[in-house]
Design a protein around this ligand. Structure first.
Ligand SMILES: Nc1nc2c(ncn2[C@@H]2O[C@H](COP(=O)(O)OP(=O)(O)OP(=O)(O)O)[C@@H](O)[C@H]2O)c(=O)[nH]1
Length: 184
């Protein structure tokens, strides 16, 4: 089963950096060439699985199974634009798409423009999980991708009697364990 996850958000919020941090475990400073939405594929192989390939469409994220929606905690504009991104998502993406809101650059607390609770409130309004991340320090990066992968796997392959995976609960439990929030 191939599951497509796409990172979206304004230019410069750190989409590429976050993916590089997850993929290579390091931060490569400096801008990458402009990317509108960048995707990666989570491949889940399971004999009980069902392949779910969507048809190719013009909207690049129409076939996405998960969307990581990023803003930059030091940029009010990038935060304000989240609503517009969400409107577009609800218009074009699959209705059952897994969405996660990420406030990136959490390491830049001295330049913070958006409080953590503002991010939380927006996420609640749209009923999506929320996390502050840093592509630089790596805080919550692995947790983000793991939570999405688990949710996608759960949706694609569900065994009888398996309890429903709850992405919100998973994130809250893991946050508590890792001491993730000492940055905030
Ligand atoms: N301090 C800090 N800087 C970051 C972080 N994430 C990204 N950056 C920096 O922010 C700038 C933009 O990062 P990119 O990863 O290119 O952002 P993007 O969203 O892919 O940008 P576009 O491709 O233009 O859409 C670069 O200078 C990064 O080094 C972070 O978590 N902390």
């Amino acid at each position: 089963v191939f599951l497509q996850t796409i990172l979206i958000g304004d230019s410069g919020v750190g989409k590429t950096s976050l993916l590089v941090q997850f993929d290579q475990g390091k931060f490569i400073p400096g801008s990458f060439s402009a990317t509108v939405g960048i995707g990666f594929t989570v491949c889940i192989w399971d004999t009980a699985g069902q392949e779910r390939f969507g048809s190719v469409t013009h909207a690049y994220y129409r076939d996405a199974h998960a969307l990581l929606l990023l803003y930059d905690i030091t940029s009010k504009t990038s935060f304000d634009n989240i609503r517009a991104w969400l409107t577009e998502i609800h218009e074009y993406a699959q209705s059952n798409v897994v969405i996660m809101l990420l406030g990136n650059k959490a390491d830049m607390s001295s330049d913070r423009a958006i409080r953590r609770d503002e991010g939380e409130r927006l996420a609640k309004e749209y009923s999506v999980p929320f996390m502050e991340t840093s592509a630089k320090t790596g805080v919550n990066v692995e947790l983000t991708f793991t939570a999405v992968a688990k949710e996608l796997k759960h949706r694609a392959v569900q065994y009888p009697n398996e309890p429903k995976f709850q992405i919100h609960e998973y994130i809250e439990a893991q946050k508590g364990k890792s001491g993730c929030c000492s940055y905030f």
